[in-house]
Structure formats: C-alpha cells, structure tokens
Ligand binder design. Structure first.
Ligand SMILES: Cc1cc2nc3c(=O)[nH]c(=O)nc-3n(C[C@H](O)[C@H](O)[C@H](O)COP(=O)(O)O)c2cc1C
Ligand SMILES: [Mn+2]
Length: 490
C-alpha cells in the first residue's frame, strides 16, 4: 500500500529509527541548516551515511513543524519508494520496457497483471482533498506563517526549497511539475527560479509568445506522499506527466484536486498549496542562494510568483531541504533517480553497462559511463548520446570506460582511465548548453563540455601498438598460497 501522505511516511521513518524529533526551539534562519550539517555527518541507524531525518517541532517564529533530511540516505530513499533496493524500481521499469507483443491467448493472460498495473499510473481527480481543509485568500495569505529557511549566510532571503511547481503547457494543456526554489519577497510574492531549459520556463515562454501582457496560472504544492513529493525533480521528457510517473512509483494513482482559484490540479494529500500566477512581463532579482554546487548562485533575473490563495491541512508539516557542499540530501534523491532511469538509458543505448555520478561531481559536472565497445569511435558516440539526452545534456565531463571497469569504484576509475589515456588524442571538447549553476561557464547557460575516451584503443581506431593485459595472479597460484597462508606466519 502506498503512503497516504507525508505524515504516514514520517511515522514509517520513526518506526525504523530513521527520524528524530527536535523539541527545542531552533531558528529556520541558518540554525536549522547547521543542525542538519552536523546530523548528516553522523551515522544513521544502520551505520549508514546521511544520519536521520529531523522533524523540528518548534521552528522559531512559526506554528508549524518542519521536516528535513527525510530523503537524505539510500535507506530512506528505499523506504520512500517502498523497495528493498533502488534497483527493484529499475527492475519494474525493465519489466515494462521488455514487454513483448503477446503471441497467443496464454501470453495475453500472462500480460494482464502488467496491463492492470499500467492503469495505476494515471492520476485521478477527486472532489475533496485534505490539502484544502483550510483556505485563505487575498489579504489573509501570509507566507511568513511558515518556517521557511534562510539556508546560508549570504542567501538573499528565505527560500522554499522543496516545492512542486504546477503549470500547464498553454498550447497542449499538458501538465508539468518541477522542483524550482522560490525566494520569499513578502507575504504574498516569491521568486520563481525555473532555469531556462526547464519545462516551467518553456510554458512561460510559450504563454509569453501568445500574449506578453498576460499571466500564467501557477500552483505550488509543498509536502505529499514521498513519490509525489519527489516527482518534481524527475528528469523526464516534456509533456510526460510527472504525476503519472509518481503513480507508477507508488503503484497507486495520485489523487488530485482542482485548485480553489485557478484551473490547475494539485495532489489532494499535499500539506500546503499556494495558488496564484506569474505575470509574463515581470522579472525581479533573485538570489544569491547557497546552491548544491557548494557555492553561491549569484543574483539573476527571474519571474515573480503572486500568491492569491493558500490552502492547507489544519496542521500542516512544512517539508524542506538544504542544498550546499556535497553530499547533502539532494545527492541521495539524485542517486535514486540515476539508478531508476538506468534501464531507460540502456534501452536506448544497450551498449551502456553502468553509469556513476559521484557526489563531488554534483550531477552535472561528472558522469562515468562503462560501455561494451563494438566499433571504432564507439566511446565518442556515447558522449554525443549523453549530451543530447534530456538534462544529461549538461554533463560537463564524461568519462567513458570499458565494460570491465567498475564505475562506482572511483579509485579503479581514476587508475584505469588515466592509464588508458593519450590526452591529446582521447579528449574531445564540444560547445553547447550548460547548467545555469555552472559559474565557470563563459556565458550563463552556454559553454564547453569535455569527453574523455578512456576505453582500450583499437587498431581500427588507428592505434597500432599492442594493448597490455591487466596484471592478475593466476588462480592456481592463488589457491596454493591460500592453502599455505596459515603456515607462513605473515
Ligand atoms: C532540492 C532541489 C532544488 C532544485 N531547485 C531548482 C531550481 O531552483 N531551479 C531549477 O530550474 N531546477 C531546480 N532543481 C532541479 C529540477 O527540479 C529538475 O531539473 C527537474 O527535472 C525540473 O523539472 P522539469 O524537467 O519538469 O522542468 C532542483 C532540484 C532539487 C532536488
Ligand atoms: Mn517536466
């Protein structure tokens, strides 16, 4: 059974020893960040990295509790997705991708459970939702009611860091949900930090092309059952509904309710919903913000979100996160995404064996890919494939290694990749879109990327020397010495 809502997940975490309640008053301005830093550096209940989730019961200046680090370990991501191992989700995806055309009646019957499961993907609109237990409109709206974090000293203010931003494509009417941080300007206005390549920004552009003086409806949900709450960060194609994907992850449809003041639908089980609009001709300075690069993102011009109505539960939990020097909570969220989407990547590029994105590479700076190389130039083909694959286009450095290199063992990667390299021959530069947060790029959003072909070089690639074998002891000697070992006194 899927989690009904966020508080059911809180209970589950607590039962597993994965959550601590903080009863003392702590300030959402800087202090909570620092508590999270220290807590994350501690071991979790299984000796794991990432500490425990924290429920601050008395954030200073607010009546509402604050949940943070709820997804900040591999184990908590497994609990969030209700699987033993993250690869189980990948296995389910593989199951669908491998579906064959049924040959006879028996095949068709065997497929029924899968087809029934498909039905669970589609979100369902319901009449009522607990996210609308309390409704406040106009002057009763006050964002200062909530324990919104100022994360780091040079931040331009307080930021909502875990929102689900709902918009509709003005041309197709299709929904998008993105996780875009929101800087609080006053009681009823925030920034809307959708970066230029993201789907929310595209909706904004299309609406603006039709009528620059108009506005686009936006609703923001904060806190929901885990797969729904996480859906905003999924790097899925435009016009593919994140709520459908959340339904797949939770194996039950996401229930949506229509907003009070606009035509968008939001998760019925959300804790808090902000309804409003973005003017298509209004921009305002946003930032700085201590970002997941471990550096501040500097000020930039972004659209402004006007909140006309707030709906919430009677006793909402405010869900948030802190990004900063890696690894933080978002590393574990992103790592789960990497594991879950690997089968999709492999379906398009079956030569891919495995992929790793080390925490220090902050997702877009480094991807290590192992491939089963089949033809000359194959490593370069994979680089180009990655640079054209959704948000993987931002990858600043791609290292392609042979299938027998264990990509998650970074020591092995460094050792073998460097040995396989003739830098002038094997490094390739390209120009293209780069992550907005890349502060080293020559121009914001545009710069260069580097691919390193660290595979064995072939004769057919113009390499005319013999390639040496890796040193490995023969099995017979190993067995003999193992037998002698005790008698050696070493
Ligand atoms: C905690 C967190 C904060 C994020 N903040 C932003 C942000 O402020 N702006 C942005 O464009 N992307 C941000 N992202 C990344 C997007 O959520 C991600 O690229 C997502 O796929 C965007 O959805 P879209 O593809 O529907 O546009 C953030 C991700 C996480 C996990
Ligand atoms: Mn999207």
């Amino acid at each position: 059974m899927a989690y009904a809502d966020l508080r059911e997940f809180v209970k589950a975490l607590e039962k597993q020893g994965e959550l601590k309640r903080v009863k003392a008053e702590v300030d959402p301005v800087l202090e909570i960040t620092e508590v999270v830093q220290l807590a994350q550096a501690q071991q979790g209940p299984r000796g794991n990295a990432g500490g425990v989730a924290l429920l601050f019961e008395k954030p200073k200046g607010s009546r509402y509790p604050l949940l943070i680090n709820a997804f900040g370990s591999e184990r908590r991501m497994e609990l969030a997705l209700e699987v033993e191992k993250l690869d189980d989700v990948a296995g389910r995806i593989r199951g669908f991708l491998d579906m064959q055309t049924p040959q006879g009646l028996f095949d068709k019957v065997k497929m029924l459970p899968k087809l029934m499961e498909l039905g669970s993907f589609f979100p369902r609109v319901v009449k009522q939702g607990s996210c609308q237990e309390v409704v406040r409109k106009g002057n009763d709206v006050n964002l200062h009611d909530y324990p919104i974090l100022k994360c780091w000293p040079q931040d331009g203010g307080r930021f909502i860091t875990f929102p689900l931003v709902f918009t509709k494509n003005p041309e197709s009417g299709k929904r998008n949900v993105g996780m875009y941080r929101m800087q609080i300007y006053d009681e009823r206005t925030t920034g809307m930090h959708w970066q230029t390549q993201k789907h929310g920004a595209e909706h904004h552009r299309r609406a603006r092309a039709a009528n620059p003086e108009g506005r686009i409806a936006v609703s923001v949900a904060i806190g929901a059952d885990p797969p729904t709450a996480l859906a905003g960060m999924l790097p899925i194609p435009p016009d593919l509904d994140e709520m459908m994907f959340a339904g797949f992850l939770r194996r039950e449809p996401v229930e949506l309710v229509k907003c009070q003041t606009n035509d968008l639908e939001v998760p019925a089980n959300a804790e808090i919903v902000l309804e409003g609009y973005v003017n298509l001709n209004e921009m305002r300075t946003e930032g700085p913000f201590g970002d997941h690069t471990g550096f501040y993102s500097l000020e930039g011009e972004y659209p402004v979100f006007h909140v006309e109505c707030v709906t919430q539960r009677k006793d909402p939990i405010y869900l948030t996160t802190v990004v900063g020097p890696p690894p933080q909570e978002d590393f574990y969220m992103g790592h789960a995404v990497e594991r879950v989407f690997l089968p999709v990547m492999k379906m398009q590029y079956p030569e891919i064996v495995d992929v790793a994105m080390p925490a220090e590479g902050i997702f877009h700076n480094l991807m290590i890919v192992s491939i089963r190389k089949s033809y000359p130039g194959h490593a370069r083909k994979i680089m180009n494939a990655i640079w054209s694959l959704g948000q993987a286009m931002f990858t600043k450095v791609i290292v392609v290694v042979d299938h027998d290199v264990k990509v998650h063992e970074y020591r092995e990667v460094v050792w073998k990749a460097l040995c396989a390299l003739d830098p002038q021959r094997d490094v390739q530069f390209v120009l293209g879109p780069v992550d907005t947060l890349d502060h080293a790029a020559r121009i914001q959003d545009f710069g260069s990327k580097m691919g390193i072909d660290a595979t064995r070089k072939w004769k057919t690639e113009g390499f005319d020397r013999p390639w040496p074998d890796e040193i490995l002891m023969d099995e017979a000697t190993k067995a003999r010495v193992k037998g002698l070992w005790k008698s050696l006194g070493v």
